[in-house]
Design a protein around this ligand. Structure first.
Ligand code: NAP
Length: 249
């Protein structure tokens, strides 16, 4: 095994304070990586990093509002001062501001696009170059099945998630020669804070469209992401993996 394969990897996971991102950070820490947990609130990423450390992992908290390119650039300068390179980047932070298009405010459009999509551009632009120089890297963008299928009432969110897929495929081509892989995971309906507030009727309709007849758990997404970030996935790039109980085929 080469020296690069045995060295401890460093990962940045955005939206790691809760839900899917927290489960991904825990999985990567279990895989032996040093993990930076990013979230908007200091207490959220702080408690996620603390619980990883208490379980024997190596984690740090990094509060960043990912809707701000400036905050991301400042965070990346700090990361690249403390580390020669970030090996693994998981762009998971995301929000919804749902409404039918004619009722959607411009702010709802801009906030969702900035937080879900433009954030990926800023993180990858800052952290991608050292990865390509080092000729090893893993980037996973957490999109959504609605980025593939669309969804009434989610034009902003679906556009952002579809944009993440285009970004993933383009950068997979740009970075492939440097052994940096770029993939997307598209979760279906996963039980987190994001979905807990949905109307019971909406949940019933969603469940009726899932062949496996259950909602997904955060671990379902974390397992797929862990694989894509591993050495085992070195021949996989530019792909979108739906983890949705068969909802979108
Ligand atoms: P969640 O429970 O609402 O957690 C979202 C995380 O993102 C939180 O840690 C939050 O930080 C962070 N975040 C939000 N805005 C941020 C900002 N401006 N700056 C930094 N961090 C920010 O969401 P989730 O359900 O785990 O979803 C995670 C990802 O999966 C999202 O991209 C979502 O679109 C995608 N997804 C989810 C589902 C689902 O069914 N749950 C389905 C498809 C795709 P704080 O903790 O500080 O608030």
């Amino acid at each position: 095994m080469s020296e690069e394969n045995t060295k401890q990897k460093t990962a940045v996971v955005t939206g790691a304070g809760r839900g899917i991102g927290k489960a991904i950070a825990e999985a990567l820490a279990r895989d032996g990586m040093q993990v930076y947990c990013v979230s908007k609130s200091e207490s959220s990423c702080g408690s996620a990093a603390q619980s990883i450390c208490e379980s024997g992992g190596n984690a740090h908290s990094l509060p960043v509002d990912v809707s701000s390119g400036e905050q991301i650039r400042t965070a990346c300068e700090k990361l690249l001062t403390e580390n020669e390179c970030i090996d693994v980047l998981v762009n998971n932070a995301g929000i919804t501001h749902d409404n039918l298009l004619f009722r959607m405010e411009e702010d709802d459009w801009n906030n969702v696009l900035n937080t879900n999509l433009s954030s990926c551009f800023h993180w990858i632009k800052s952290l991608g170059r050292p990865m390509t120089r080092k000729r090893w890297g893993r980037i996973v963008n957490v999109s959504s099945v609605v980025g593939i299928s669309g969804n009434a009432g989610q034009a902003n969110y679906s556009a952002a998630k579809a944009g993440m897929i285009g970004l993933t495929k383009s950068l997979a081509r740009e970075f492939a020669a440097r052994s940096v892989t770029v993939n997307a995971v598209a979760p279906g309906f996963i039980e987190t804070d994001m979905t807990s507030g949905l109307d019971e009727r909406v949940k019933e309709v969603a469940l009726s469209q899932i062949p496996l007849k259950r909602f997904g758990q955060v671990e379902d997404i974390a397992e797929m992401t862990s694989f894509l970030c591993s050495e085992k996935a070195s021949y996989v790039t530019g792909q979108v993996f739906t983890v949705d109980g068969g909802m979108v085929m």
